[in-house]
Write a protein that binds this ligand. Structure first.
Ligand SMILES: [Ca+2]
Length: 693
């Protein structure tokens, strides 16, 4: 390269840098940086002061003590208002001293409208917190925001807040990546315990925090709080009692007579950490635990020191027993870290790991707001926790497993493939342990399997008890896409507050919610449609959304039709039912579900066609509808959302002229459409699907 060219290149590089900086400057607006005592005038509530610790913008932060009952603090624009218009997120940097805490935010606009965001998990150390402004715009005038009030239900510890800002676009979530290299892994050939090293968080482990009046939450230890590799398991006390982790059903094991050795490492942090462990029999009847295990079927309760300590037990088994789970409990205060759990049978040669031949995965894509499978439009219709054999040739095509039955392995995927069923693989063990950067490791053993449909990154990440903040969910999706170009991510957030849906809308490829009106909302099936509307608005009508509703033994067949077709008429791109076992409890409901499955399968080419842009009017607000155009014909899906019948309903299709006919699918009848008017009657919760020609 000649000198002149080099110089030109430099000029270009410099110009690009400048452009980039300019863009950066226009992108963000700083609301508070606490550099100036003057800013304190706009803050009220819990004891607070300007501090020079943990600053991320300038050299000062706002230090807030959350020690009083119901701690809260309010930031105002003092007489003026904040203008959030044109921005995507409200963000702030928070440094937490103390145990993990969940923060709520209440936002008020000038007219006094409120919007609440719930249970945002703030973990010890550095956090970047974010709130969706698009969500706020659903109920506030975002150009006139009056105040922001943060509050917590549990008083404890300190927050340092800085850099409260409005941003356009996205930040990169890189702050979540670990800052220390992993420690050497302790490898134990023949280890019976799956993910005994917790490198994949709590994948293959269950957790429960509310025993004996206690309250415990779960996570990971990293850095000094890991003994082997990158992470350990953390059982964190909020209130003393008992809380613990246990090998989940997909990791149960059986003992044969012989000598086993259990080894693990433990460390306590904080006051009075105490623990015990136990093998538990997971099926009733037969040999009891104490008959089968002569030595060390469980431990006593013991104090856990603050240094990593090795624990080793000889487990003498005299009779075959299983399936078993291994439980670890924290029965004290503070945080109990467990790492490098191994359980081996002595004198037994470890079984060589099967080398599985790589397969060709199916490709699931999102294009033009729709889901495609190997290039063809696809309508996912599934159950939680179903057995693949029971879904063969039913029209249902997807299984999502929750942590009860556990994380599926290749055996389960093989069974699904054999029966033509896809799987959403649940990764919540990784996400709930706050190890989003390990999601790629978790999917690698499965991502080539043709039965994989998508990665279900977490179930209800908005949950108050096991909250996974949006940035962690989004980072998992980003990192998964780097290793796997073939499968989207999705998650289900709870619908009781619309803000839950907005907070997570951009953290996965497909956002979903779980609306159970039969169990939870006084049988108001219309809520399925309303929740679908929120999902669609949350993705700005650009990306697909899935609806999870009920296949409940308590529902009526009519209600099942209503819930299904309300999801469809409101624009759901996939439907799943919670859950299979419950549907099987009532033969009438199972039979209904099979009928629905068959219908949806027949309708799939039409259902997955783009929505028609044509305007329709219906003179009865109980009738919900969606119009599709497919191969030159109009298809009108309608459902009566009321349990009362509706007669002489007038549907106006003004774009249709003259005499037309409508074939009513699944009813073997026709209707007349005269000058764009279709008249029909509906029984309670009845659906009519018209093909107009
Ligand atoms: Ca580890």
């Amino acid at each position: 390269m000649r000198i002149k060219e080099k110089w030109l290149l430099l000029v270009f590089v410099f110009a690009f840098l400048l452009l980039g900086m300019n863009k950066e400057a226009r992108k963000n607006e700083l609301l508070f940086s606490f550099e100036n005592e003057e800013e304190l005038k706009f803050i009220s509530g819990a004891p607070h002061q300007i501090s020079s610790q943990h600053a991320t913008q300038g050299s000062k932060t706002l230090k807030i003590e959350l020690s009083q009952e119901n701690p809260s603090f309010t930031l105002t624009a003092q007489g003026k208002t904040f203008d959030f218009q044109g921005f995507d997120k409200l963000m702030l940097d928070v440094y937490r001293e103390g145990k993990p805490i969940t923060l709520n935010l209440r936002i008020l606009d000038q007219a006094g409208n409120r919007y609440n965001c719930w249970y945002y998990l703030v973990r010890p150390g550095f956090n970047v917190i974010e709130y969706s402004i698009w969500g706020m715009s659903s109920s506030l005038n975002i150009s006139q925001i009056r105040e922001l009030t943060f509050y917590s239900e549990e008083p404890s510890g300190t927050l340092f807040i800085d850099n409260i800002r409005l941003i356009k676009g996205e930040e990169d979530d890189r702050w979540l990546l670990p800052k220390t290299p992993p420690k050497p892994l302790i490898q134990t050939p023949g280890n019976i315990i799956k993910n005994g090293d917790f490198e994949l968080g709590l994948l293959y482990w269950g957790s429960w925090g509310q025993w004996d009046g206690g309250d415990y939450i779960f996570g990971s230890g990293i850095g000094e709080d890991a003994y082997s590799g990158q992470a350990s398991a953390a059982i964190i006390c909020q209130k003393i009692g008992r809380g613990g982790i246990y090998t989940s059903p997909s990791a149960f094991f059986t003992f044969k007579p012989g000598n086993y050795k259990l080894i693990f490492y433990a460390k306590g942090k904080g006051e009075g950490v105490r623990m015990f462990w136990i093998f538990l029999k997971m099926r009733e009847g037969g040999t009891s635990l104490d008959e089968a295990i002569r030595e060390n079927p469980r431990s006593e309760r013991f104090d856990v020191p603050s240094q990593w300590t090795k624990y080793e037990y000889d487990v003498k088994v005299v009779k075959e027993i299983g399936p078993l789970a291994l439980y670890f409990f924290n029965v004290g205060g503070g945080t109990l870290f467990i790492d490098a759990v191994s359980l081996i049978k002595e004198g037994e040669k470890p079984v060589e790991e099967k080398i599985t031949q790589k397969r060709k995965p199916n490709k699931v894509e999102i294009k033009e707001g729709r889901v495609f499978l190997n290039g063809k439009p696809f309508f996912p219709l599934g159950f939680y926790n179903a057995e693949p054999e029971a879904l063969k040739d039913t029209g249902f095509n997807l299984i999502c497993r929750d942590p009860g039955p556990g994380t599926p392995g290749r055996d389960f995927l093989d069974r699904c493939e054999k029966n033509g069923i896809f799987v959403s693989v649940n990764l919540e063990g990784v996400l709930r342990a706050h190890l989003p950067w390990q999601a790629p490791e978790a999917i690698k053993p499965l991502m080539d399997h043709p039965a994989v449909f998508a990665w279900y990154t977490c179930d209800e990440p908005d949950h108050a008890k096991w909250n996974v903040p949006p940035a962690e969910m989004r980072l998992a999706t980003r990192l998964i896409h780097k290793v796997d170009p073939n499968h989207p991510t999705w998650t289900v957030v709870m619908p009781w507050a619309d803000s839950n849906i907005y907070q997570y809308a951009d953290t996965v490829d497909i956002i979903a919610t779980d609306m159970y009106p039969i169990m939870g909302y006084n049988r108001e099936v219309i809520r399925v449609g309303q929740a679908t509307d929120v999902l669609r608005r949350a993705v700005k009508w650009q990306r697909p959304v899935f609806m999870v509703t009920e296949s409940s033994a308590q529902a009526t067949p009519e209600e099942e039709y209503a819930m299904t077709y309300l999801a469809i008429t409101h624009g759901a791109n996939g439907i799943l039912y919670w859950n299979y076992e419950d549907a099987r409890r009532n033969p009438l409901i199972w039979e209904t579900m099979l009928k629905i499955g068959k219908e949806i399968k027949e309708l799939t080419p039409i259902l997955t066609a783009p929505d028609s842009k044509k305007t329709i009017e219906v003179d009865n607000k109980n009738i919900h509808f969606i119009l599709k155009e497919y191969r030159g014909k109009y298809y009108l899906f309608t459902i009566n959302a009321s349990r009362e019948s509706q007669s002489e309903v007038k549907i106006r299709l003004p774009f249709l002229k003259g005499q037309k006919k409508g074939k009513v699918w699944f009813e073997e009848r026709e209707v007349k459409v005269e000058d764009g008017i279709l008249r029909d009657s509906y029984k309670g919760y009845e659906r009519h699907i018209y093909e107009i020609f």
